[in-house]
Write a protein that binds this ligand. Sequence first.
Ligand code: FUD
Length: 288
Amino acid sequence: TSARQPLQLGLHALVWVGDWTPRSAEHAISSTAALGFDLIEVPLLDPSTVDGAMTRRLLDEHGLGAACSLGLDPSADVSSEDPAVVARGRDLLGQAVDAAAEMGATDLCGVLYSVLAKYPAPLTDRSRAHVVESMAWLADRAAGSGLRVNLEVVNRYETNVVNTTADMLTLIGDTGADLGVHLDTYHMHIEENGMTEAVHQAVDAGRLRYVHVGESHRGYLGTGNVDFDTFCATLREVEYAGPVVFESFSSAVVHPTLSNQLAVWRNLWDDSEDLAKHAMAFLAERLR
Ligand code: FUD
């Protein structure tokens, strides 16, 4: 019933490939473009393994947009209490900004403030201060690159920094920087009060800039417990106009670090193309 929204539909590269050799990049980019998606999300956990110039050529050739996402390495965690580890984290983030800008990405997102890991204890004040300073630094570092920088809200098993949209908005407020909120239905399903409130909180603050859609088991949309009808209706109601990226993980496609960090132990699908086609139809029906 609401007007058509100009939101962009995207696919996470892990639907297709676990590395970013020229051959893998070509396969992921051409397959994503062929199914009618607007963008591909390229993981940048180790920016040195991603050739920005090669990626940009392939994106141009296939008329596809891009976003980049990452979580930090334990040796380079800006939420560490140790200033040397924080400094390595900023180096890693700086490399990610450069690689994302080189490929012409529009967004840098994900867990830019933490390792994707189950932390053994709550966040300390010192760690939180390091996160706030580092995110302000990152916003500054990315200024002029053309990248929007969006911080993803993830569940308690993947960070101890913040786990809800309300706490992320407080954190972003403390940085004083123009950072976006990146929401993900998989994480919202675990931590938020339903699929509507967090969207409104982020929109009311003027910060909803990136969305991941993922099922409760991270497989085919509509086969788990996430209430996508309510979530998508809410995105339409608030006239959300940014990227909506389908993210899914199966033991069939393995990334050397991300798959283990996200505990991708199960085979939820084998056929990448069928999965991606299904996601496109599922999202187009609810969002376009
Ligand atoms: C992690 C997550 C992802 C991750 C990204 C890295 O649970 O939801 O968004 O940050 O996939 O490429």
